[in-house]
Design a protein around this ligand. Structure first.
Ligand code: ATP
Ligand code: MG
Length: 249
């Protein structure tokens, strides 16, 4: 099972993924979390120590260029670079949850350094296609930076949406994009919900019922401020986590 998460900036993607990873691990699943956000934040959210020592693979430019086979002055590079060893070399683990910090995969046209991106995309595709674990992919808003091959590996896209007009607008845009690239299952997940009016607003504005509604959680706020792991104390979101798992597993 390969689950990706998307949504507008700051809506709670990383938080929700960390909660899901924790619950899946508790239920005995092997979990691999991939952080493909340009400003990776998952390690901290999961409460992994020594976060400052983790370098996103995307930042290892020399290694990526070398893997791409691009030599100075040449415009040719290997479109099928070797990545197998990277799959285990760059994984950190905490209490059974594995994490790989990939960093930013740029979409073509953003002045991208293509050889590097080829390696990153290839790595991500391999992880998604070959892993027998539950893979959770945390990323930025769009899906356009993912290649076709990568998208083929994703079973289910969760779009996090908060109850605001602009939140809904972005969520719908992501839904359209994801539909175009033929991700098999796409669901909305409500976050920062304070009551029934918020649910009603989302159901109405999205013209689809989210599979779960996460409350605005006092526990999450508190642990985020204290710098403690949110997964240790998030009891008020249990129902929502179970609702998501019911829909994805
Ligand atoms: N249900 C919730 N209740 C309370 N606080 C929350 C909840 N969900 C997220 N937050 C808080 O909102 C902030 C943003 O969350 P998070 O980093 O998960 O969002 P994101 O979508 O991953 O952001 P980015 O786009 O920067 O990656 C964090 O401080 C987080 O603790
Ligand atoms: Mg995030």
């Amino acid at each position: 099972m390969k689950i990706a998460i998307s949504g507008k900036g700051g809506v709670g993607k990383t938080t929700l993924m960390a909660l899901l990873a924790n619950q899946l691990q508790k239920e005995g699943k092997e979990v691999l979390v991939i952080d493909a956000d340009p400003s990776p934040h998952m390690a901290e959210t999961l409460g992994i120590e020594g976060v400052e020592n983790i370098t996103p693979i995307a930042d290892m430019k020399d290694m990526l260029v070398e893997r791409s086979g691009k030599t100075d002055g040449s415009s040719f590079y290997n479109i099928n670079p070797r990545v197998d060893d990277l799959m285990s070399r760059f994984i950190v683990e905490k209490e059974g949850i594995k994490l790989m910090v990939l960093g930013a995969i740029q979409s073509a046209g953003k002045g991208c350094a293509c050889p590097e991106n080829t390696v990153l995309r290839r790595l991500l595709t391999k992880l998604l296609l070959s892993s027998s674990q539950v893979v959770l992919l945390d990323m930025e808003a769009g899906v356009e930076h993912l290649g076709r091959g990568t998208i083929a590996g994703i079973d289910h896209l969760l779009i996090v949406v908060i109850p605001s007009r602009s939140g809904v607008r972005t969520a719908k845009k992501i839904h359209d994009l994801a539909t175009q690239v033929e991700i098999p299952k796409i669901s909305f997940v409500g976050n920062l919900i304070t009551g029934q009016p918020d649910r009603a607003f989302l159901n109405d504005a999205l013209e689809a019922d989210p599979i779960a509604f996460f409350p605005d959680s006092a526990h999450i706020r508190k642990s985020e401020r204290n710098g403690t792991s949110i997964i240790d104390a998030a009891s008020d979101v249990d129902t929502a986590i179970h609702d998501v798992l019911k829909a994805v597993i």
